[in-house]
Design a protein around this ligand. Structure first.
Ligand code: SDX
Length: 393
C-alpha cells in the first residue's frame, strides 16, 4: 500500500499465484505433475490418465478411470453447425486460428458454460466436453486445410487412435493407426500436459479470473501458445532446421547468426524462462525421437542437423553463459514429422497436450476464488495538457 510499484516485465520474478498442480525446478531440471515425476508418467501412464491426475489431483482407481474414459468418449461428436463454422475458413487458415475459434464457439452451443455461478457438476460436464471435442476440432482443422472431408470420431478407438484416424483416414481409404505412432503421440501429449505458470496458462488464468467461461479462457490460451516464442517454437524449429539443411547443413553459421545481437534470429527450441539446465522433457523427447524413427525406419537428415546444432551450442560460450539448453520444442517436431503430422499442425499438437493443464489451472483458480487479474503500471507519458482545436494544430 506504499504506492511504490515495481515493474517486472514478463513477470520474470513475480509469482502470480499458489498452485498444487505442477512443480518444476529450473536449476535441477525437475518436472512433476501432482508430485509424480514426468519421467515415470511418460513411461508408465497414458495421456487421459495424466489428464485426470492434473484436473482431479489423484491417479484414478480403475472403475473411476473407466467411467471417465466412457464420459470423454461419449462426447467426442460435435454439433453439425460447428462444421459450418469450420467450412467458413479458407484452406490457408492456420490451424491454430481455426482451433481457437472452434473452442470459443462452444460457448454458443453450451450457453450454460457462460454462467459463472453454475454448479461444479455442470462445470465438470463442460470439462469433459472440452477434452472430448478438442481432438475432433484439431483433426478437422487439418482436414479443412487439406480440402478433405472431415472424418467423424470413432468411439471404438482410444484417444490417440481416434485422433490419428480423424487426421489421416479418407472416405476412400481405410486407416489403421500404427501402435508405434499412437504410443509416441500419447507420450508427447503427456510431456506437454502442464507446465505451471507459462505464458499460455497465465493467459487462461487471467481471462478466467474475470469469470469468463472455460471455453473463452482456453481459446485465449490457444492464441497465446501460437506465438513463436512459446508453443509456436516447435513449428519454427523445423522451419529453422529445414533452412539449415537447404543452406548445406552449415549449423555453425546459424549458431553465429543466433548470437548476433543485430540479427533478430534466435535459435528456436533453445532457451527457457525457467529451465537453466536441460528441459527434462527435451531429454525424453530426444530419446523418443531416436526410438520412433528407428522403429519406423525413418532416416530424417533434419534430426542429424538438430543433434549437431545441440552439440555445438552446448559447447559455445554464448549459450553456456546464458544457460541456454534445448527445450521441449527442439525435438518434438522431429517426431511429429515422422508420424506424418504436417509442420503447421505442430502447435495444434502442443495445444492438444496442454489442454488438461489449462483446464486444471483454470479450475484451481476458480475454486480458490482468486481475484480478477489487474496489474499496475508506472506512467511515463505526457503531463496534463489542454485540447487544441484542429485549426490551431
Ligand atoms: C515453451 O514457460 C514455459 O514453461 C514455456 C514452455 C511450456 O511448456 O509452456 O516450456 C514451452 O514456450 C518453450 C520455449 C520455446 N521458445 C523458443 O524455443 C524460442 C527461442 N527461445 C527464446 O526466445 C527464449 O529463450 C525464451 C523466450 C524461451 C525465454 O526468453 P527469456 O526468459 O525472456 O530470456 P531472454 O529473452 O531474456 O534471453 C536471455 C538472454 C538474451 O541475451 P542477452 O540480452 O542476455 O545478451 O539469452 C538470449 C537473449 O538474447 N537468448 C537467446 C535465445 N534465448 C535466449 N539467444 C539466442 N537464441 C535463443 N534461443
Amino acid at each position: 500500500k506504499s504506492g511504490l510499484i515495481t515493474i517486472d516485465q514478463g513477470f520474470k520474478n513475480t509469482g502470480s499465484t499458489t498452485s498444487a498442480i505442477t512443480f518444476l525446478d529450473g536449476e535441477l531440471g525437475i518436472l512433476r505433475y501432482r508430485g509424480y515425476p514426468i519421467e515415470e508418467l511418460a513411461e508408465k501412464s497414458t495421456f487421459l490418465e495424466v489428464a485426470y491426475l492434473l484436473i482431479y489431483g489423484e491417479l484414478p482407481k480403475k472403475d473411476t478411470f473407466e467411467s471417465f474414459k466412457k464420459d470423454v468418449t461419449h462426447h467426442t461428436l460435435v454439433h453439425e453447425d460447428i462444421k459450418k463454422i469450420l467450412e467458413g475458413f479458407p484452406s490457408n487458415a492456420h490451424p491454430m486460428g481455426v482451433l481457437s475459434s472452434l473452442v470459443c464457439s462452444l460457448t454458443a452451443f453450451y450457453p450454460e458454460s457462460l454462467d459463472p455461478n453454475r454448479s461444479w457438476d455442470k462445470v465438470n460436464l463442460g470439462i469433459i466436453r472440452l477434452i472430448a471435442k478438442m481432438p475432433t476440432f484439431a483433426a478437422w482443422a487439418y482436414k479443412n486445410e487439406m480440402g478433405h472431408p472431415v472424418i467423424y470420431p470413432d468411439n471404438n478407438l482410444d484417444y490417440c487412435g481416434n485422433f490419428l484416424k480423424m487426421m489421416f483416414a479418407l472416405p476412400a481409404d481405410q486407416y489403421e493407426a500404427d501402435p508405434v505412432v499412437a504410443s509416441a503421440l500419447d507420450k508427447l501429449l503427456i510431456l506437454h500436459a502442464d507446465h505451471e505458470q507459462n505464458c499460455s496458462t497465465s493467459t487462461v488464468r487471467i481471462v478466467g479470473s474475470s469469470q469468463a467461461s472455460l471455453y473463452s479462457s482456453v481459446s485465449a490460451g490457444i492464441n497465446a501458445l501460437w506465438g513463436p516464442l512459446h508453443g509456436g517454437a516447435n513449428q519454427a524449429v523445423i522451419e529453422m532446421l529445414e533452412a539449415i539443411k537447404e543452406d548445406g547443413g552449415n549449423s555453425k553459421k546459424w549458431l553465429e547468426k543466433a548470437k548476433d545481437k543485430d540479427d533478430p534470429f534466435r535459435l528456436m527450441g533453445f532457451g527457457h524462462r525457467v529451465y537453466k539446465n536441460f528441459d527434462p522433457r527435451a531429454k525424453i523427447i530426444k530419446k523418443a525421437a531416436d526410438d520412433v524413427l528407428a522403429k519406423m525406419g525413418v532416416n530424417d537428415p533434419v534430426l542429424d542437423i538438430a543433434k549437431e546444432l545441440e552439440e555445438a551450442a552446448l559447447k559455445d560460450p554464448y549459450f553456456v553463459e546464458r544457460k541456454l539448453y534445448p527445450n521441449v520444442d527442439f525435438y518434438s517436431g522431429i517426431i511429429y514429422r515422422a508420424i506424418g503430422i504436417p509442420t503447421e499442425m505442430f502447435t495444434v499438437m502442443f495445444a492438444l497436450g496442454r489442454l488438461p493443464g489449462w483446464i486444471a489451472q483454470w479450475k484451481e483458480m476458480r475454486a480458490n476464488s482468486e481475484p480478477i487479474g489487474r496489474p499496475r503500471q508506472v506512467y511515463v507519458g505526457e503531463v496534463e495538457r489542454n485540447y487544441v482545436p484542429i485549426s490551431k494544430r
